[in-house]
Design a protein around this ligand. Structure first.
Ligand code: HEC
Ligand code: CU
Length: 359
């Protein structure tokens, strides 16, 4: 039923629909049964005469076992269905298109970081408020906020994930161009994406991008991005568009962006420059040798034992913390002498890219 109201924009959507419909069905049946029983008992056990004494009812084990076991099984099924979907949203693996999402009051920024066939140069592309995705390719969004808590929400994808200020959050899914988007007529599109004058001025990014950029019918879908966490004055204008494109159109779009954006934004190369210019190289090597601090080589995704005995994985969060607050997570066997570094978000991202590249 959910699919009647919200379009199917990802391969993940049908599963969510199924769980939603299943929950509605179960709760619907439970509602009818309990209310039917209620009405039946009201009538059957109504008071028939003045001074009637209620009969004393003993425990009925059969009934109690039934109404404990059956709901438990149903709840366990719901849990397993949820767990399965949750694991898919959090899937990790190779060859995901990684996109860095930065939320701020009140805008979205997208940086396309992964080096892959469509982007060979160290130049990383970025877009504001409009996210371009390739149909059928799994993407991993790596998200962070510059200020308060926001929440990345695209109903058609069935994806909603909080975006926080001090840790990265992740979500993965495979976007698709829905049948409805493929078949929508010109008039339907116009009606669907209509905006008031005020909206045209304040949130032009939620126009029908497929039409605006003249993508041929069937090769493009525009979905809306909402911020689903109340984040201040212009929260309701914190909207964006996701444009899902067929491979050919997507490639062209990326080429076009590449021509427009000449600047290096985030890259391992820039990270290397920083590594040298910010003095990291006096304490960290990039060739595996041990200096004052651990070498960056091979550290990505490896495990670290900290002085408090805990084990952590070297990932975006750990590296960021290690740079901003080095004395919070100190690696065992090393002195706690690293000074906190004042690096910008982009600079930290570039260091992360550098460390990733040092396999
Ligand atoms: C004065 C020496 C020194 C300087 C300069 C220094 N660090 Fe460190 N760093 C250390 C030491 C020692 C550790 C290990 C102990 C700890 O975790 O605090 C460390 C740990 C780290 C870690 C965690 C590494 C791991 O593999 O577990 C990262 C990431 C890091 N530093 C990044 C940087 C960056 C980036 C810079 C430059 C902007 C930098 N450091 C500058 C001494 C230094
Ligand atoms: Cu927000």
């Amino acid at each position: 039923m959910l699919e009647w109201f919200i379009d199917t924009g990802s391969t993940f959507a049908p599963q969510t629909n199924f769980v939603m419909n299943f929950v509605n069905l179960i709760t619907g049946i439970a509602f009818l049964l309990t209310n039917a029983a209620l009405v039946y008992f009201i009538i059957k056990y109504r008071r028939r005469r003045e001074g009637e004494v209620t009969s004393s009812i003993d425990t009925n084990h059969t009934i109690e076992v039934i109404w404990t076991v059956i709901p438990s099984i149903i709840l366990a099924i719901l849990f397993l269905l949820g767990l399965k979907d949750f694991r898919e949203l959090r899937a990790s693996g190779q060859n995901f298109k990684e996109i860095l999402v930065t939320a701020r009051q009140w805008a979205w920024n997208f940086i396309y970081t992964t080096d892959s066939d469509w982007i060979q140069s160290p130049k990383k592309l970025q877009t504001d408020n409009i996210l371009y995705l390739e149909e059928g390719k799994r993407v991993k969004l790596i998200m962070k906020s510059k200020d308060v808590i926001h929440s990345f929400y695209v109903p058609e994808f069935r994806v909603k994930e909080d975006v926080l200020g001090n840790i990265y959050t992740y979500v993965t899914f495979i976007p698709i161009i829905s049948e409805r988007q493929k078949n929508m007529s010109e008039q339907e599109r116009e009606f669907f994406y209509r905006l008031t004058n005020d909206q045209k001025e304040k949130i032009p990014q939620v126009e029908d991008q497929c039409k605006k950029e003249n993508f041929p019918k069937g090769t493009c879908a525009t979905y809306r991005i909402f911020c689903a966490e109340y984040c201040g004055k212009d929260h309701s204008y914190m909207l964006g568009s996701v444009v899902v494109l067929k491979s050919e159109q997507f490639r062209k779009k990326m080429e076009e962006l590449k021509e427009q954006q000449g600047t290096i934004i985030i890259s391992a190369e820039y990270g290397k420059e920083l590594y040298e210019s910010k003095g990291c190289k006096s304490c960290h090597s990039i060739d595996g040798s041990k200096l004052v601090g651990p070498s960056f080589k091979g550290s990505w995704n490896s495990k670290r034992k900290l002085i408090d005995g805990s084990i952590v994985v070297v990932d975006e969060n750990y590296i960021t913390n290690s740079i901003l607050e080095p004395n919070k997570q100190v690696v065992e066997g090393y002195p706690n002498i690293m000074p906190p570094q004042d690096l910008s978000e982009e600079q930290i991202q570039s260091i992360i890219e550098l460390i990733k590249s040092l396999k």
